[in-house]
Design a protein around this ligand. Sequence first.
Ligand SMILES: Nc1nc2c(ncn2[C@@H]2O[C@H](COP(=O)(O)OP(=O)(O)OP(=O)(O)O)[C@@H](O)[C@H]2O)c(=O)[nH]1
Ligand SMILES: [Mg+2]
Length: 647
Amino acid sequence: MIVGTAGHIDHGKTSLVKALTGVDTDRLKEEKARGISIELGYAYLPLRDGQVLGFVDVPGHERFVDHMVAGATGIDYVLVVIAADDGPMPQTLEHLDIVELLGVRRGAIAMSKIDRVDDARRAECRAQICALLASTSLAGAPMFDVSSATGEGLAELKEHLAHEAAAFEGRRSTGAAFRLAVDRCFTLDGVGTVVTGTVASGEVRVGDEVAVTPSGRIARVRSLHAQNRTSTAGRCGERCALALAGLAKEEVARGEWIVAPRLHAPTSRFEARLRLSARESRALAHWSPVHLHLGTEHVLARVALLEGETLPPGRDALAQIVSERPIGALSGDAFVIRDASASRTIGGGRVIEPAGRERHRRAPERIEVLRRFECEDPLERLRRALEVSPDGVDLAAFAIAHNTLIDERQLGDAVRVVSGSLDFALSRSSWMRIRERLLAMLAEYHDRHPDELGPDLGRVRRMEFPRHDVALVEEAATSLLGEGKLSRNGPWWHLPSHSLKLTAQEEALAQRVLPRLEDERFDPAWARDLAHDLGAPENDMRALLRRLARRGEVFAIVKDLYFSRSAVAELAEIARSLEDECGAVRVAEFRDRAGIGRKRAVQVLEFFDRVGFTRRARDDHRIRADNLLKLERKGLAPGGAAGLQTR
Ligand SMILES: Nc1nc2c(ncn2[C@@H]2O[C@H](COP(=O)(O)OP(=O)(O)OP(=O)(O)O)[C@@H](O)[C@H]2O)c(=O)[nH]1
Ligand SMILES: [Mg+2]
């Protein structure tokens, strides 16, 4: 269990920690000279049952509230120190606000410097404290009269803390990966760069690879201390010091997070429920500048209110916090905001969605999603998210945002689409709606373009599903294909009822043209020569070839020069193997491999660019990762391995 102090300057926090643990946490020269705490102090108290109690001592000075917030992040229990002579003072109130906003619900009060007051003042101060706490989550918390000077009350306080530690169940951290907010970093001779902080989730072991968020630097845990003792692992809730190999001291700072690499996802806008302190005299306006404190980070930010133009004191609302630079934040993280001049704490809340929306952030359906997201259990959140997200839920992003892992069983009857780095899920009903939309869209398309076989999937997506990933459209189309509700010819998709019918006469001519183009492979005859050789009028031949091209049976490499489908598939395979071998497709190698002339090679590659199979990159051509050109050599079933497939 980690105990954090809180309270006004000079009320005896550091003295009390020293009296309890024997450790003087004011170690800086400046702290000694000024007689105040500036940095966070750390001390440990081994207990009889073998546990180690950790203490984080915070400064009370109003200028160091940012250190206080950093220290209070990651504590389990707060020890509010209030001097009996002074009674509650401004930072007593502010620190109480902060621990409340950070979600620390357990704690005790130490009424300090008891040796300086008489019994009447004791009683008076006690009454003041009770009145102050009445409206907070610490109402009814135990109160101890203590003096670090005479030792009065220390044994009782120590006993109480030991009792609380024994009853403390530890933090829940199921399936969660490692995270730690850095509160100090320094170098040690013979050890190298060391960072310290409280493990916010998961576990870290010696030898683990970790990432620094937001910088993205990677390091390895060379050795570690947990609760001040050498250890092979640091667990959720323990204070740890990690020696990091591969990282210079300048490459990490307080405010950054050390995380399991899969959790590295810096953000500069997150959505949250924000509460404005009841002590504020005025409402908070949209786009107010604030100081944001999250984890041990402190950064300037703006508050975009998502519901209404202002937020009255004592109320809460959904908001997007836009920070000046990227930070590490995950769903559920508590944060505090202070006013623009950093003179007082004005509110705080919890992160709902770390990857905030850049556009349409106030859209009603977005607000609905955020409202639904406000529950503790990640699985329940996922279920609700699926319910209200017709476009599906990005599972990869969800798993990071909620620091969890999702397995198939948790998805119920939802449909999961995995393609490349993409991993998302849709509710069964959203899935069915997408399929219906696809069929309806094609019916309309056929009506409007009776002469065309149908669109390719890229076109389908652009026309009907601009916000969806193409992999989803593909998955929907493929499932409909499997059920016979959709047909495909080459790259073109159409309803089975729709086909480009040839007249009997055209059909007869096609039966003579197609085998010939097949035979002539990479060197087919021009349209005019075909007409001449087969004794057909030139215009008829051109019209037939155009229709065959729409049906995906031949391809016009240049005007009036048509290659058979299998020839194009073969050329595409050549391009693919050149890209695999050389990283790009160059004219010279392509020409040699295909055994065609240079000019024709250029024309074929330009054709590939045109249909979106490749793209031009200076003098080379690269195969588009998202290419949708699907070709099979004749005789192979759709999706056959010899065809040209989307990667
Ligand atoms: N008589 C008396 N003096 C005390 C007691 N506790 C602290 N002091 C004195 O009060 C002064 C401030 O004590 P600190 O422990 O440094 O106070 P603090 O709350 O840590 O101050 P900051 O960290 O700067 O906010 C010191 O001069 C202490 O010697 C006490 O119980 N009795
Ligand atoms: Mg102090």
